[in-house]
Design a protein around this ligand. Structure first.
Ligand SMILES: *Cc1c(COP(=O)(O)O)cnc(C)c1O
Length: 365
C-alpha cells in the first residue's frame, strides 16, 4: 500500500539530530518557557515576516487565545468559513462568542468574501480566515473588508506555514495568525504545539499573559488565563525541522506539479492555485461526484486516501446547522473532496503509481 502519510520516513532521516536536540533539553532541564522556545519564536516570526510569535500548547489554543487577546468574547459574532477543521469555529464558541458561518469559494475552499460581507451585522467583531489545505485565503480582500467594518482579522494558518498571498507571507496579514504543529502538519512536532504570530505589541503581550494564567510577572494575575505553553522538547524538535521546511515545501509543490501533469485530462477536479497564491500543499485534494466510490476503488488499487472533511462545520452535531440549505458549497465539498498522498518523502515512483491508479479508477467510474 502507498501510505497517505508516513512520518517514520521523516523521523528516520532526522533521528540523530532529533535525539541530540532532546538531549540538549534534558541536559539543560529547562522544560517550559526557555531558550529553545524563544529561539523558535524568533525564527518563525522571521519566516512569517512579523515582529512577534508566542508559543502555545496547540493550534486550537493559538486560536482561542488570539480571539481573547483581540477582545472577542460573549456577545460578539465572528465570521468563519463553513468548511474547515472544527477548531476554526469551535474556538469562537469557546470564548463565548458566536461563530457565523460563511460559505466557501469552491475553487480555493477559502471563505467567500462577498458572502462574508453579507453576513456582517452590528455585532460582528472579527473574521477568522482559514488557509485550507495550504492554499491561502484572499487576504488582501479579507483585510480590506475588515478595515471597512472595523473588524479584527485572525488567520487560521494551521495548514499553511510557509505559504504566501500576493508575495506576503501567510501569518503577516491578520491582527494575529495561528499555527499548529500537530505532528502531521507541514511543520510538525512530536506531540501537540502551536503558535500565535502578530505584528501588534499589545496582542503579543496579552498572549504572553494568557498562556501563563494571566500572569503579568511575579505571580501577579491580572486576568483569567490558562496554562498553555509550548514546551522546550517540542521547540527543540521544531527547530531541527524548521531548517528543512523550505525544502519540504518545494518537495510538496513538485509532487503537486507531478500529479497535475499525470492527471491531465482525467475526469476529476484538481486543486487550483490562485494567481496571487503560493500554495504549500498541506493536502493535495481532488474532487469527484462519486468520491466514496473513488476512495474505495483506490484502496483496492493499493492507494491510501483521506477525506478532510466528511462534514461541513455547521453540519457537525456540535453546531446542528443545515449546510445543504444554507452553505451549499461547503456541503458539496464535504461530499466530493478526497486527498491523495502528498508528503515530502513520497517518491516520484509512488506519485506516478497513485496517479495511474486514479486514472484507471476514474475511467471505470
Ligand atoms: C490542525 C488545525 C487546527 C488545530 O490545531 P491543533 O494543533 O490540532 O489544535 C486548527 N485549524 C485548522 C485548519 C487545522 O488544520
Amino acid at each position: 500500500m502507498i501510505p497517505f502519510i508516513d512520518l517514520t520516513r521523516q523521523h528516520a532521516a532526522l533521528r540523530d539530530e532529533l535525539l541530540a536536540a532532546a538531549a540538549r533539553v534534558l541536559d539543560s532541564s529547562q522544560f517550559v518557557l526557555g531558550a529553545e522556545g524563544q529561539a523558535l519564536e524568533r525564527e518563525l516570526a522571521a519566516l512569517c515576516g512579523v515582529r512577534w510569535a508566542r508559543g502555545v500548547a496547540s493550534g486550537t489554543d493559538a486560536l482561542r487565545l488570539a480571539l481573547t487577546a483581540l477582545g472577542v468574547g460573549p456577545g460578539a459574532e465572528v465570521l468563519t468559513p463553513a468548511f474547515s477543521f472544527v477548531a476554526s469555529a469551535s474556538t469562537i464558541a469557546m470564548v463565548g462568542a458566536t461563530p457565523v458561518f460563511v460559505d466557501i469559494d469552491p475553487a480555493t475552499y477559502a471563505l467567500d468574501v462577498a458572502a462574508a460581507e453579507r453576513s456582517i451585522t452590528p455585532r460582528t467583531r472579527a473574521i477568522v480566515a482559514v488557509h485550507l489545505y495550504g492554499h491561502p485565503a484572499p487576504m488582501d480582500r479579507v483585510v480590506e473588508l475588515a478595515r471597512a467594518h472595523r473588524l479584527a482579522v485572525i488567520e487560521d494558518a494551521a495548514q499553511a506555514v510557509g505559504g504566501a498571498w500576493a508575495g506576503r507571507p501567510v501569518g503577516a496579514w491578520g491582527d494575529a495568525a495561528c499555527l499548529s504543529f500537530y505532528p502531521t502538519k507541514n511543520l510538525g512536532a512530536c506531540g501537540d504545539a502551536g503558535m500565535v504570530m502578530t505584528d501588534r505589541a499589545d496582542v503579543a503581550e496579552r498572549i504572553t499573559r494568557l498562556r501563563h494564567h494571566g500572569d503579568s510577572g511575579r505571580y501577579e494575575h491580572v486576568e483569567l488565563g490558562s496554562c498553555s505553553r509550548l514546551d522546550e522538547l517540542q521547540a527543540a524538535v521544531l527547530r531541527v525541522k524548521l531548517v528543512r521546511l523550505a525544502a519540504w515545501t518545494e518537495a510538496r509543490r513538485r509532487i503537486a506539479d507531478r500529479y497535475r501533469a499525470a492527471l491531465a485530462g482525467v475526469r476529476l477536479d484538481l486543486p487550483t492555485e490562485a494567481g496571487m497564491a503560493r500554495h504549500v500543499y498541506h493536502l493535495f485534494t481532488v474532487r469527484h461526484p462519486q468520491r466514496d466510490a473513488l476512495a474505495k476503488a483506490l484502496t483496492g488499487e493499493g492507494v491510501c486516501t483521506a477525506v478532510y472533511y466528511p462534514r461541513s462545520v455547521p453540519d457537525q452535531p456540535l453546531f446542528a446547522g443545515d449546510a445543504q440549505r444554507r452553505w451549499p458549497e461547503a456541503w458539496r465539498a464535504s461530499r466530493e473532496v478526497l486527498s491523495l498522498p502528498c508528503f515530502a518523502e513520497l517518491s516520484d515512483g509512488e506519485v506516478d503509481q497513485v496517479a495511474a491508479a486514479v486514472r484507471r479508477v476514474c475511467e471505470r467510474l
